[in-house]
Structures are given as structure tokens and as C-alpha cells.
Design a protein around this ligand. Sequence first.
Ligand SMILES: Cc1ncc(COP(=O)(O)O)c(C=O)c1O
Length: 407
Amino acid sequence: MSRTGEFIREVDRWSAHNYGPLPVVLERGEGVWVWDVEGRKYLDMLAAYSAVNQGHRHPRIIAALEEQAGRLTLTSRAFHNDRMGPFLRQLCEATGFDRALPMNTGAEAVETALKAARKWGYEVKGVPEDRAEIIVCANNFHGRTTTIVGFSSEAQYKAGFGPFAPGFVTIPYGDSDALERAITADTVGFLVEPIQGEGGIVVPPDGYMTTVHEICRDRGVLVLNDEIQTGLGRTGKLFCGDWDGTRGDVLIVGKALGGGVFPVSAILANDEVMEVFHPGDHGSTFGGNPLGAAVGQASLEVILDEGLADRSLELGTWLHDRLSELDSPHIAEVRGRGLMIGIDIRKESGPARPFCDALMDRGILCNDTHQQVIRIAPPLVVTREILEQALSAITEVVSAGSPVTIG
Ligand SMILES: Cc1ncc(COP(=O)(O)O)c(C=O)c1O
């Protein structure tokens, strides 16, 4: 049996079967490239769902990790550490918010935003006890905790995991009239992705986030802007909301904040919201730990100093245009912004997964989302030349005479 087969068999035997990965076993990564255990080299066109925007093992981030690992890694929040303050200050200055609350994973940050909105609703807005409502969108993805999957519209994410928390109302995505109608006196927040990532790279109508922001401001509702996947340069702006001139009232960040080496997430908000938290209200053993703070600071610096948002805009626009021009019987639509691109495969051509398998055979790693969509999201340090190579592989795979087995 090949080494690949052996590793996969071991995972099959010892791991819960909660994922269905492509049959490739990776052992090394650098920049936009990864290598498997057979020594084959691949272009990483997924970037760990946008958590590796800076590229694999970015030298500046690894140096920060190593330097900090040599001094102090974890204190818990029972004590102060000398890294959290500088990191949060930089994060606030980069995003324009008064305060940050650090966590680890994206789902934890979303939970933190939900708690902030509810407490703000009771203490500042004056919503009667236990009546707070949060509006969410159909086709959302915000993580996998029981509260979050409870308001998913994806049957599989919920099946067998109930009962679920009450207090969530679902409206169609991209429909600001529906938002206006759904708001009641008890509504405290609207949780939204500025582009739905896991939902299939769904881009809302132009100006959606601006309208959402205005409606929520007028009706006394917080916009909880989940930029865990879209943020930190991915869509060609520092945050996707910047396309519409708004970052929301609570900005939720994760993934690339950890530079692909460590889970680092946070929510950002102004004092009116953040001051609802008092000692003992909320926390996490690892949230704000010095190792994560050092990595988070370096990760943010790399995005800013290397102009990765601008690069994403330029290269993403180029690639999007080329993909849109492809004459393919299989492509229904190409969607996205910056280097967050979805190639929607026609239903008659079968699911997107065989196309991803065929790309893997040609040295390109990407994954399918929402059955029909090939997700293209390389590290933002990618170059035009490398994207040209990827484009020819994609062109081959989606062409009329493609060897991909359909159906
Ligand atoms: C928009 C969005 N929110 C939240 C999450 C959850 O993040 P994590 O997997 O780190 O919990 C994801 C992950 O894909 C995401 O895309």
C-alpha cells in the first residue's frame, strides 16, 4: 500500500468520520505550495478556508511564533501578559473599533458576538428579560456549536443535534426588505456574512451591507458582521464590508488572524457594546494567550505591510474575468470578489467534487462547497504567473472534452 493509503487508513480507523477530504496526505507547505507524502507538489487553492491568506509558514509569522514560544505561551486571563495589549491595540487601530475581545476559533467569536448583542439588548436597548431576538440569514454558515447550527438552514448540520436555542429568526439572504419586516421591538442583532462563503460564494446585491447598516441603525439593532472568512484581504479590501463602506457594529474576525499557524479570533466593537462585559461574564482559557497574540499581531502586520488586500483585488479581478470568459458547458456562473471565487457547476454536469478530484490530479488543491461550487481561494501571496498555470488546469477540467467523469 502507498504511504498515502496507509495514512488515510489510519485516519479512517482512529478518527471520527466527520469529514470527507480529498485523498491527499500533506506533509509540508511553503507560500502557496504544499507537498504530499509521495513528494508531489500542489498549488493550494483553498488556503484552509482562507485561514492561510499570508501563505504557508510565512517567515515573519513563524519568527513571531518561535520568539514567543521561547518566552511564554499561556497565562490564562487570570493574569496579564505582555502581548495581548499590543496585539489588541493594533487590531483596534487597523479596524477602527474601540475594543476587542480575543477568542480562539471562529465559532467562539460568533458565540461571543451573540452574547454581546443579547446583553447589549437587555442593558442598553431595554429589551425585556429573555426576549432578545437575533435575525440570521438562510444559507448562513457561522460555525458548528449547538447554538449556531440551531439556526443553520442546512438540514445535515442540525440533524440529530437538537434541541436548539430559541431567539433566532431566519430571513432570505440579500433581501433588505425582509430584514426591515423581520425587525421587532425585541430584535437586538442581525448576524450576516457580507459574502456567504460555505453557502457557495453567494454575493449579495451591491449596496446590501450599506442598506442593512442604515436599517439597523434606524431601528436600534446591531449589525454583527461575520468576516471570519471574508476578512483580512480575502475579497480585495481589508474587510468585505468595505465594498459598501461599513464594518458593522460588531466585527467578527478569525481564520487568517492566526496566519495559518494558530487559532486566533476576536470580536471588535465600540464602548457602548463592549462595556456590557464585566469580569466573570465571559471568557476562554486560551483567548488572548501570548502565543496567539504574537502570531495575531504578526499575521495582521503581514496583511497590511504586504498590501495583500490590494493584491487580492488585482489578481482576483484578473482571474475572475478569465474564468467568466471560459467557454465551458459545465459552468453556470462565476461569482465572488477578490480572490474569493466560486465556480458554480451546472446541475446537469453533476456535483463539483469530481472537478476538484480532476484538479487535484493536475496539482491544484481546492474543494467543493454547497455541492455545486468549486471554491477558488489561494493564499493572497500568489502571483499572476502561478494563477496562469492554475487557469490552464481549470480550463482543461471544465472544457467540453474534459476527462472528468460526470454524474
Ligand atoms: C463565515 C464563517 N463564520 C464562522 C466560521 C467558523 O469558524 P471556525 O471553523 O474557526 O469555528 C466559518 C468557518 O468556515 C466561517 O466561514
